[in-house]
Design a protein around this ligand. Sequence first.
Ligand code: GLA
Length: 702
Amino acid sequence: MTPHQPIFGPRARGILHGADYNPDQWLHMPHVIDEDFVLMKRAGANIMNVGIFAWAALEPREGEFHFEWLDDILDRLAEINGFACLATPSGSRPQWLSIAYPETNRVGPNRVRNLPGRRHNHNYSSPVMKEKVTIMNTKLASRYKDHPALLVWHVSNEYGGEDHSDLSQQAFRLWLKKRYNDDLDALNRAWWTAFWSHSYRDWSEIESPAPHGETSLHGLVIDWKRFVTHQTIEFMKVEIAPLRRFTPEVPITTNFMGTYPGIDYFKFSSIIDVVSWDSYPQWHAPYGHGSTGRSAEAENDYRRAADVGFSHDLMRSIKRGRPFMLMESTPSVTNWQPVAKLKRPGVHILSSLQAVAHGADTVEYFQWRKSRGSSEKFHGAVVDHVGHGETRVFAEVAELGEILKKLERVAGSTVPASVAIVFDWECRWALDESQGPRNDGRTAYVETVMNHYRAFHKAGVPVDIVDGDGSIDGYRIVVAPMMYMVKPGFAERVRAHVEAGGAFVATYWSGIVDETDLCFLGGFPGPLRSILGIWSEEIDALYPGETNGVVFRDGNSVELSGRYTGYELCDLIHAETAEVLATYESDFYAGRPAVTCNTVGAGKAYYIAARMEEEFLDALYGRLIDLLDVPCAISSTLPHGVVASVRRGAESAFIFIQNYTPSRKTVDLPAETRFIDMLTGDKPGAKIELEAYGVSVLRIEN
Ligand code: GLA
């Protein structure tokens, strides 16, 4: 992959540092705003996300606009050589708009319309709402189009949720008519509506899923979720139109929420210029899933780091590897996690540089200053209620500001991934909806994908995330954990990848349904069957605490050995053309295949029949990394708890070595490589020392 240009072009160099900034809450206390600008300079902050929830300050009464305060803020940002990530304010609506135009309020799945008062609650199907954002966004774009501070548009805030109003029901039916070519019979067949007499005789009979417990038509639920993504994007396009008209050169973003379940973010790829996202890891919290047998405390952050790394990689992959913006993170704590444990010294810098290591070209916070009242007054901020910069948090933020200046060359560089992991929102929706071998919440799609990702994270192997519709060209290994839904074209892409010499890994509970949730007939895993060379006849679900052993056969072609533990789901498969690498140890299916490998052209397709413990995934992927000669960030062996990530630019590679443990670690560096420590300027010798939660950034000339 060729290095990208810095995401903001030549105007803003380096990794930008900033925060959500809400001066509209402090207009009656102008000295506070004066202090903000002094403190921004001290913190090395050069980008502020302004106007996000400021509609009431910009248009306090319908048609009455006040931009003077925003003019002042943008002018001041320009004076300190800073930039505005200027928001459209639709994330939250003024009272007058909700009251005068009830249709702009969202309707819940129970068909009850919300009252005014919250945020993120507009009706994306409302013509009035679209008209009002068009007026507002036109004014913003025309007024600030030539302002030197305007760097990037922040459209709305965390689009999410769904609307069940009549307007959305009508739009849903129109969307369905188009999807099914005006053929209601085709829809009836696709949704299998003959089941329980659900057949539709007229399009008008179709309603969004209602909260009656589970909905029997899974195809309806999946199409509804697709429609919610579509309708959200349609609304965003309305928001974007005036911005493109007046400022065609100014990039557009909207802030995502990682693995948020409600929206398929891959579908935004072509309408935004830059991905941005809001990351709030629960550092130091007991880690929820999987077992390693190691001391929990020392493991928590190391394990959490893999999940966070996955989310960064997912977000970066939406625009095929282009650097992204870390739009929000907390400089200290949130006020909404169950326990607001303070980040231990060093963790703020470590966590921020983790984002940079995975491709972020900005590090930004929610929020610059704590609000004095209302629901987020105790959410962490760069500036606390005390009002000055003499705090532990401010000092770490300012220290990071200095560090980011030293990393200027990193901006625009990319993450050179030769492994792709498939994460598909539609597959997730289908699995979440399905009633099958596990109905106890342990289908666990996101967790399963992250478990497979963790093996590569630990090995320092860069990974891209692709969806079931995306290209897998150019990767050496493609892993599709629990690919329950296989959409048209996926199997063909996988076959081409394997035939050309790539490795493909699939697991239990794959190739079960098509894109409308109809089961494949003729044997699972459906379209993947001949590629994997197996037939899955049944799947066994195990109760908590039950396990089965998986034992590698002597002399298997991948030269793996030993016994590993499977749990929760065990697929009972027949090897058709595949080689059996490992078999089940016990139960009535003892001796039957548990891990297989099928040769297709120049490559191999592996099937993991059971949900396997972490040590198995480490062993299998470690072997594939060797066999496929997949490059790691650093060639030396890292101490447990330390992770290496890499970004590559035109002239240099940048290696981020991150210690996710509360103890000091010594890291051996490969003797043959010459590094420059970007934070100290030194040329390190054979070893570097990392403090507890320490991080080092090393540069290598290409
Ligand atoms: C989200 C929102 C912010 C703020 C933070 C708090 O990310 O976008 O406005 O509420 O959460 O963590």
